[in-house]
Each structure stands twice: as C-alpha cells, then as structure tokens.
Design a protein. Structure first.
Ligand SMILES: [Cu+2]
Length: 119
C-alpha cells in the first residue's frame, strides 16, 4: 500500500513536471494568484485600528491603548483597557509602541484578536 502510494506519487510528479514548467513559462500561475491575494488583503487591512501602547499587564492579559475609531465595534477614539485573546500577543510590544489591531467583543469584553507593530 505504502510502496504503491509512493510509486503513484513519483509517477504523478514526473508527469506533472513538464506541465508545471510550461505554465510557469506562460506566467499562468502568477495571473491566477495575484488578483486573489490582493482582494483578500484589502478588507483585513481596512479592519485594523491604529493604537499607541500606554500600559501592558501581561499577567491579566490586558493592554491599555490610546486607539483610533474601532469601526466594527462602533467605538470612538479613546484610551482604554482591552483584553488580548492570548497573553503571548503582548510579548512583541512595549509601552510607547504604535500598533495596529483588530478587536471584537467577546463575552462582553472588548478583546484584541490580532495585533501587530505599526512600523
Ligand atoms: Cu475604546
């Protein structure tokens, strides 16, 4: 069974190679991927809110941010304490850092589900 699978895979790879080379030469792969990637990234980037780190409480899994408008939560710019989905998300940031983040309301608390440095 295993030997047969390996053999089948080897035959498939050998058979696929000429086609893969031909497609690459015609840039067929790039044409298919480019628009998809761009269309996928735009909404994610638009959903991120800018913020400045004011305080970090890793033990409690909380961070104080001065944030811009959080559109999906209908929240005006302010300084507030937010929960983070995972305490490890606080490892890469320090007080004073500019960050971009996505927040959602989870169990009644505004929780950061994604955070990255703004630079
Ligand atoms: Cu707020």
């Amino acid at each position: 069974m295993n030997a047969l699978s390996t053999l089948t895979l080897a035959i498939l790879m050998a058979a696929a190679s000429p086609f893969a080379l031909a497609q690459d030469g015609a840039h067929a792969g790039h044409g298919a991927h480019g628009p998809h990637a761009a269309g996928h990234e735009a909404p994610a980037a638009a959903a991120l809110t800018e913020g400045e780190v004011k305080k970090i409480d890793k033990e409690a899994g909380k961070i104080t941010l001065r944030h811009g408008e959080i559109k999906n939560l209908n929240m005006a710019p302010m300084t507030m304490v937010l929960r983070v989905k995972a305490p490890a998300m606080l490892d890469g940031v320090q007080v004073g850092d500019q960050v971009r983040f996505a927040a959602e309301r989870m169990n009644g608390a505004v929780t950061i589900v994604h955070m990255q440095k703004a630079q």
